[in-house]
Design a protein around this ligand. Sequence first.
Ligand SMILES: Nc1ncnc2c1ncn2[C@@H]1O[C@H](COP(=O)(O)OS(=O)(=O)O)[C@@H](OP(=O)(O)O)[C@H]1O
Length: 482
Amino acid sequence: MVCLICVCSSDEQEHKIPVYGQYTVAPHHSGVYPVHEPMYKMWKEVWGVKTTSTEEYPKLMPSWQRRGFIHSGVMVLPRQTCGLFTTTIFASDYQGGLQGLDNAIQGGETFQTLLTTPISIFMTHLSNYGNDRLALYMLESLIRFMKCWTNLKLLTLPPVELGFKYFEMFPQEKEPIWTNPCDYYRHKELWPVNKTCDRLPDFIIVGPQKTGTTALYSFLSRHSSLTSNKPSPKNFEELQFFNSNNYYLGLDWYMDFFPQRNKPNSTFLFEKSANYFDNEVVPKRVAALLPRAKIVVILMNPAKRAHSWYHHMRYHNDPTALNTSFYDVITATKDSPSKVKTLQSRCLTPGLYAQHLVRWLDFFPAKQIHIVHSDELKNDPASVMDSLQKFLHVQPHVNYARHLRYDPVKGFYCVVMDNGQTKCLGQSKGRKYPPMDSASEHHLRRYYRKHNTNLSKLLASFNSEVPDWLKQELKELTSGKS
Ligand SMILES: Nc1ncnc2c1ncn2[C@@H]1O[C@H](COP(=O)(O)OS(=O)(=O)O)[C@@H](OP(=O)(O)O)[C@H]1O
């Protein structure tokens, strides 16, 4: 199916050109992509715009890879180029003159665009109508040629209906994928001059949950050359941008949490959101926006992580966790209540480390990913901070042995403040709860066995040592204990 619409920009009534409401285009594409939020806001609130089109998403070239997306309730459709620009007023202005235009129509680029693009949207300028009616000539000739030489059925729809049709045909395109406006020269030109691409993180602590992410975040925040995001009103230190509906709030929303750097590279910006690690869409989204960002992962025995997470849910009064034992959660079957199955999945899935790491490796080279071992972070945080600083290439290199002190009451290392006193994490970090029962331990050892074996093979690619807990697991495996 091929749909054609033809849109012009002004003076439509004078020239009796059909005008469709709720559709608009932005001059020179500015503000459509990269998204300029105030424009979408106005479109939505003042004019009730429902659909627009651009050639710029995700990039101008190659034209057959242009895609659509929906942002702030506005359907953005991919637009094709017909070669009629503001300056192409007469046929003689077309590249190659009238012959060039006819060639493009009769089997050339314009014909091929229609042939290979299921929904084609062209925009032409009023000047092409107002002078020798070049646009009408082009479209009429093209349609006549298509009808004569192909058996394609040509259909047309008004823009809003076309938008609905487009996303019915390509529902996977509804979600936008944000890229860095400064990574592509055309996007940079379209990005408002008062904006910067500098307010984006250089590295991200991606989790998983309960591995010590908050401790690492607080230690890093003490470094004079590292600056974390401002707290989010909803999730405190976690922005949860790449893994949640916050992503649809757009780039401006995300960048507003980061400070403007005094000068480029003057400080390293970072964020941590512990749910990023095991979320399927996150690596792809991070790589699209921050292809050079470094990724920090913290790993611990997945069985212990699951146990800690279960107690975290009980602490947060999750009714299912309060009413179901740990053992019953982790051994839930397809016949168990759906809430228990959901809890089980959220409890156990993040611990399938190898599977998640492989997904990150689809989008980032191993040298951009740093593995921290949670037990080392607990017992010898200064060493962890030492290698992490080397990995980040951050200056000055801080000796954290002077900035962290073991607090016997808390039972963890805490930050030494300027007044010499220690500041520990709150009571929700490092809670006291009963040890794991042996039946659960046994079950989880079997559950994670294959994944842990895969992890041990994978760690070499990250230049990471095999941690003691994993050595132990592998030993028990070879001795046939599990
Ligand atoms: N220095 C220090 N202080 C306090 N807690 C520390 C520290 N280092 C590591 N840990 C361990 O961190 C566990 C909580 O992990 P997270 O911060 O990643 O949890 S969360 O996902 O953000 O909820 C927390 O898990 P629980 O002991 O199960 O509460 C701690 O064991």
